[in-house]
Design a protein around this ligand. Structure first.
Ligand code: 6R9
Length: 639
């Protein structure tokens, strides 16, 4: 059997779950035994959730790329590691075998070294979905540099914030990126960002779109030229840097309930073991299968389930540059057919948007290779679940509705495909090693079934975050201080009569727009930067395709007539786009003269949420408001 720790029936799941609770260290040591270690660990786990201080596989030495690449060369050297499908279906696809990927990663790792990169350096990666992005990420890991990948949809300002926070000294980018019918000028965005980033000494630019770019003397170099230099050196091998189990592997920024995104830190060994374990189990991957995750590597899903999980398991992972709706809404089905995809992992927002095109783009596509499906990023509504099941899976493919977070590193609560009995809209049961608990506002455990509460985890798992970069106190406050001795997820959850978990959505001020996490405070800060805006309040409302849309209530310093109002709205949207990125643009803006506040000055978001949702008759108690009249005005002006 390829993966001795792969669960193959429900009884085994129950046994594994039981063992993971009574003897977590023994359980994870058994899994970790199947990886390549330069030196085995002395102790499996040391932890407390107070500080927090979490260490897995202490004293172990390894390099994750030796587990993703080197160890497969003997058996899988000629097996495709990455299949790359370009944005434009008429352009040639690329296939990199494990041997080719290994060679390219070593080559680029040497480029990094030639450019002075050392273990522990932080490197910002801002690229489109091309194989060179995977190569760049793995090359960083090979030399022990900490990568911080920033999604292509973020603005120069957002990139600058992230670069400054991590004090990156090198940036890897492209001239541009193709996405659908758009060319995104990545290098130009980086140039804007770097005006505020003195720590960055080098920029490596990979050619993709041939968009004209300015190359700054002494700072900017071309990827291709640097590769040539390594070739001139005779392509020496690149020995992987020996890393401690708890050395940082990467930083990934994510939104929380405060204005500033935080850099979630994952470390080498625990993350590797966890990404691999969950990939192999949730999707029941079998050697030789083609696996396709539609996420972007700029998000955690891409890190864990396009790159590290599949590659450490020797799987064939398909990487797609484009978007599901271009050139038409049949794009994902054509790709599935073309490469005989066996496992498809996507997001509810993509499913809902494709549903909107009807069955035309699906009919007559050969989807018979599909065996298992996955969903991630937000709650999946039943309609979308059934459409995915029936129209795409033709009723025969199990769906893994995987609940997890940037902070958890990998799947937490999810069906094991084909093994856990599924229920539409439910993430079902925790994976072995995961101990969920529901608590009430006071932190008291809510026991029994048929209950609702805030979702926490009471025991560490190897893939959990270790800190937030540069600010450990923030990590403690955000995740470990709300409830004593528990990791707080920020999600609400119900446990039904069968003990099945259903995630009901965030209970904090975080929105989930098309599966992207956006903090309301972040959007408010951006809106407030616009000249003329006095104050604003942002809430989410149900959106047919995006799951949640962004609704902004804005107070301006001058009353706006209707013609001005439309212009001002556009200006505000443009401002948010500039400051955070297009993904955070408000869907609706309502101008108001005041906001409902308590006597202590707190905005009553509950009321604003209800109004945005159109539930004008169930605003609840408004008696504690400073000025109840303002609610009437807002109701009248509701869009
Ligand atoms: C992997 C990822 C995390 C938040 C999480 C929750 C929501 C993710 C979900 C889900 C319901 C699922 N979420 N998966 N809600 N069902 N299957 O998305 O990470 O970007 O950090 O978002 O997304 O609210 O707390 P991230």
């Amino acid at each position: 059997m390829a993966y001795p720790y792969q669960i193959s029936n429900f009884e085994e799941y129950q046994q594994a779950y039981h063992q993971s609770v009574v003897d977590p260290e023994g359980f994870w040591a058994n899994v970790a035994d199947h990886f390549y270690w330069r030196r085995k660990w002395d102790k499996v786990l040391d932890w407390n959730f107070k500080e927090p201080d979490i260490k897995w596989f202490m004293g172990g030495k390894l390099n994750i790329t030796e587990n993703c690449l080197d160890r497969h060369l003997g058996t899988l050297g000629n097996t495709p590691a990455i299949i790359w499908e370009p944005n434009d279906p008429d352009e040639r696809h690329r296939i990199l075998t494990y041997r080719e990927l290994y060679n390219k990663v070593c080559q680029f790792a040497n480029v990094l070294k030639n450019n002075g990169v050392k273990k522990g350096d932080r490197i910002c990666i801002y690229m489109g979905m091309i194989p060179e992005l995977a190569i760049a990420v793995l090359a960083c890991a090979r030399v022990g540099a900490i990568h911080s990948v920033v999604f292509g949809g973020f603005s120069a300002q957002s990139i600058a914030d992230r670069i400054q926070d991590a004090e990156c000294n090198l940036v890897i980018t492209c001239d541009g990126a193709f996405r659908g019918n758009k060319d995104i000028p990545l290098k130009a965005v980086i140039d804007d960002a770097l005006m505020a980033c003195p720590s960055v000494k080098k920029v490596i630019v990979c050619t993709r779109t041939r968009t004209p770019v300015s190359m700054l003397k002494g700072r900017d170099v071309w990827w291709e030229d640097e590769i040539k230099q390594v070739e001139t050196m005779g392509n020496p091998p690149c020995t992987a840097e020996e890393m401690d189990a708890e050395d940082m592997l990467f930083i990934l920024y994510t939104s929380g309930s405060t204005g500033k995104p935080k850099g979630v830190v994952h470390t080498c060994a625990g993350y590797m073991v966890y990404a691999n374990y969950t990939f192999v189990n949730t999707f029941q991957y079998q050697p030789g299968e083609v696996y396709f995750c539609t996420a972007d590597i700029g998000w955690i899903t891409g890190h864990s389930y396009i790159l590290y999980g599949p590659l450490s398991a020797g799987a064939t992972t398909l990487m797609f540059e484009g978007v599901p709706t271009w050139p038409d809404a049949g794009r994902l089905w054509d790709i599935t057919d073309k490469y005989r995809v066996n496992i498809l992992y996507t997001a509810p927002t993509a499913i809902r948007s494709l549903m909107g095109f009807g069955l035309g783009p699906v009919n007559h596509k050969d989807l018979s290779s599909l065996k298992r499906l996955g969903s991630v990023g937000e709650p999946i509504n039943e309609e979308a679940w059934h459409w995915f099941k029936d129209q795409i899976g033709k009723g025969k493919c199990p769906i893994a509705d995987t609940w997890w977070q940037t902070e958890t590193g990998g799947h937490m609560i999810t069906p094991i495909a084909g093994i856990t009995k599924e229920k539409p809209g439910f993430a079902t049961l925790p994976l072995p090693g995961v101990q969920p608990i529901l608590v009430d506002e006071k932190g008291e455990e809510i026991t029994g079934n048929g209950v609702n509460g805030n979702l926490c985890i009471k025991f560490p798992w190897p893939g959990m975050l270790r800190t937030t970069y540069g600010d450990h106190e923030r990590c403690r406050k955000t995740y470990f201080a709300t409830y004593e001795n528990l990791y707080f997820t920020g999600d609400g959850c119900m446990r039904d009569e069968d003990g099945y978990y259903r995630i009901t959505g965030r209970v904090d001020d975080v929105l989930n727009v098309s599966g992207h996490r956006i903090g309301t405070a972040e959007v408010e800060n951006a809106i407030n930067m616009h000249a003329g805006v006095v104050e604003s309040a942002v809430v989410g409302y149900p959106h047919e395709i995006k799951g949640q849309g962004i609704y902004a209530y804005v107070i301006c310093d001058k009353p706006t007539n209707s013609k001005d109002a439309e212009l001002t709205k556009k200006d505000i949207i443009q401002t948010v786009s500039r400051i955070i990125g297009p993904i955070a643009k408000p869907d609706k803006i309502q101008f108001v003269s005041g906001l409902p506040k308590t006597r202590s000055g707190k905005i009553m978001r509950r009321i604003l949420r209800k109004i945005a949702e159109g539930e004008l008759d169930s605003l609840g108690d408004t008696s504690t408001l400073l000025d109840p009249a303002v609610v009437e005005e807002i109701k009248q002006g509701k869009l």
